[in-house]
Design a protein around this ligand. Structure first.
Ligand SMILES: Cc1ncc(COP(=O)(O)O)c(C=O)c1O
Length: 388
């Protein structure tokens, strides 16, 4: 697989070379720009201001796409994109284990808008079986939350193109360092930049990248809905993405070490990490990812209490969200899948013992010894955790 220089692109793509501005792009907070002589109709909600464009150049270069757009959240990117690609009477196919916010967007909005949709399992066959003649778009994630299922991007793009259906991949878990769906023919790539692109658990934004034609369709919808960002946030995002490659490379390395450590640990029943040869998606992941990413999950053995394990971690924080430089954990039954009925969770393989871990950039020995001591002390089951 092509291994282009992501560290150089992370730093330099979108950087203006102008002797008057130094090596960092200026912050231009104006929401009113002179237009008479320049003809520039810049306005933040038109998604075209200089600070927005610097980041678009960077993320488009990182995602191997001609252009893109920047939003105020990942869900703003997802909802605006899906609205731009599906109109009343159309049909949409989404993977059943997408991010919960994407699923509830479909559940709450599509029916009101007269857009039909189906949820499919996480193989290309299951997804394509769910399509209809009026299907306009397919939305998937790979690796997917929380069991890290992998979808064959090339096979999906080929099958969808043959039926004239657009494909959208939420590439949040992989990050553009590890995977570029555009290389396999996927039409649009979305990120919750709140995760790896921002990387410090202190920014919220979203991106979409793709062809000029498709991004212009999304921009026209975005102009109606808003969901744009201001110049100050853009400056922080740009600064964050400059270190994306070094952060994610370290997170890849740490996650692989953690997965191997857990895989041979007596206290762990099962590890879900696409970088382990035992993972069902390993071979496809190896063929379409440069690194396996920082996200993994594991089932604690029956004698451990998952909530007790979380409470005993000293370095690692039980915290929602993911992709930050600090290692964090969640229990999907209390977080992403808290509203899913238990029988349905069981069908999806998401049990009470499942822990999802987002790997940070800390010293690997410190992370492993924190996990080890929490495993040692979490053998006895405490009273049930209040989840409200
Ligand atoms: C895979 C994935 N996509 C999209 C989103 C939504 O992003 P945001 O919270 O920035 O709207 C999330 C949030 O957790 C996510 O995990």
């Amino acid at each position: 697989m092509k291994d282009d220089n992501k560290s150089t692109l992370s730093v330099h793509a979108g950087q203006q070379r102008d002797s008057n501005i130094g090596v960092v792009n200026p912050i231009e907070p104006a929401v009113a720009f002179h237009y008479i002589d320049s003809g520039n109709q810049y306005y933040p909600r038109y998604f075209n201001t200089p600070n927005q464009q610097y980041i678009v150049e960077k993320i488009a270069a990182l995602e191997h796409a001609p252009t893109g757009m920047l939003f105020s959240s990942g869900l703003a990117a997802i909802s605006t994109t899906m609205r731009a690609l599906a109109k009343p009477g159309d049909h949409v196919v989404m993977m059943e284990n997408l991010y919960g916010g994407s699923l509830s967007f479909a559940a709450k909005e599509f029916s009101e808008l007269g857009i039909a949709y189906d949820l499919a399992g996480s193989t290309v066959e299951e997804i394509m079986e769910s399509t209809r003649p009026e299907t306009t778009v397919i939305l998937v994630e790979t690796p997917a939350n929380p069991l890290m299922q992998i979808i064959d991007l090339q096979a999906l793009a080929t099958a969808a193109k043959a039926k004239g259906i657009l494909t959208v991949v939420d590439n949040t878990f992989a990050s553009p360092i590890n995977q570029n769906p555009a290389d396999f023919g996927i039409d649009l790539v979305i990120h919750s930049g709140t995760k790896y692109l921002g990387g410090h658990s202190d920014l919220q934004f979203g991106t979409v990248t793709g062809s000029h034609e498709l991004v212009e369709r999304i921009r026209q919808k975005g102009i109606c809905y808003g969901g744009n960002l201001d110049a100050m946030s853009c400056y922080l995002i740009e600064r964050s993405i400059k270190t994306l490659d070094v952060r994610v490379s370290r997170q890849n390395e740490n996650a692989m070490e953690i997965a191997k450590f857990l895989d041979k640990h007596d206290s762990i029943a099962k590890v879900y990490y696409a970088g382990l040869p035992t993972h069902p998606g390993f071979e496809i992941a190896q063929s379409q990812m440069r690194g396996f990413g920082g996200m993994l999950a594991f089932d604690l053995a029956a004698q451990h209490s998952a909530t007790h394990f979380l409470r005993h971690l000293k370095l690692i924080s039980p915290a929602m969200s993911l992709g930050g430089i600090e290692t964090t954990v969640t229990l999907p039954v209390h977080s992403s899948h808290g509203l899913v009925p238990p029988a349905e969770r069981q069908r999806l393989g998401i049990g009470e013992q499942l822990v999802r871990l987002s790997t940070g950039i800390e010293n690997i020995e410190d992370i492993l010894s924190d996990i080890e001591q929490a495993l040692r002390t979490s053998v006895e089951k405490p009273a049930a955790l209040q989840t409200s």
